[in-house]
Design a protein. Structure first.
Length: 125
């Protein structure tokens, strides 16, 4: 498993322009399975812990609104110079947290890469 996640992180770092950090975490426990950052003072595990609360809040809102057929695909947070993407697995058990420099990132390519790995993560975790 660690080989797969290490390759995943290296692929993102190499293929996502503006890559800052990534982590993969379980929603139920908050456990981080993998994290990597190219910025020394950016802690992706800490960011995942806070963004887990965002995911849980949105899941609770969906439930409270009675949106029975709806699930989270992704949540995007746009900051002044960064994009933070929270990509939730189809089974709603895991999420990938990715931070990129918004001046360098290609959103379409980034989401395409995340979608590919999102399916593989569910199959291998």
């Amino acid at each position: 498993m660690s080989d797969f996640l290490t390759q995943f992180g290296e692929d993102l770092k190499k293929n996502v322009p503006g890559f800052i950090a990534v982590s993969v975490a379980e929603i139920a426990s908050g456990m981080s399975y993998y994290s990597q950052s190219v910025v020394a003072d950016f802690d992706p595990e800490l960011a995942s812990a806070y963004n887990l609360e965002v995911v849980k809040a949105k899941m609770n809102a969906i439930k409270a609104l009675g949106l029975k057929e709806q699930v989270i695909d992704n949540i995007m947070i746009t900051l002044s110079s960064q994009m933070h993407i929270i990509d939730v697995s189809d089974n709603q058990e895991y999420f990938i947290y990715l931070a990129v420099d918004s001046t360098k990132a290609n959103l379409g390519m980034t989401k395409s890469i995340l979608n590919k790995y999102k399916k593989e993560i569910v199959a291998k975790l």
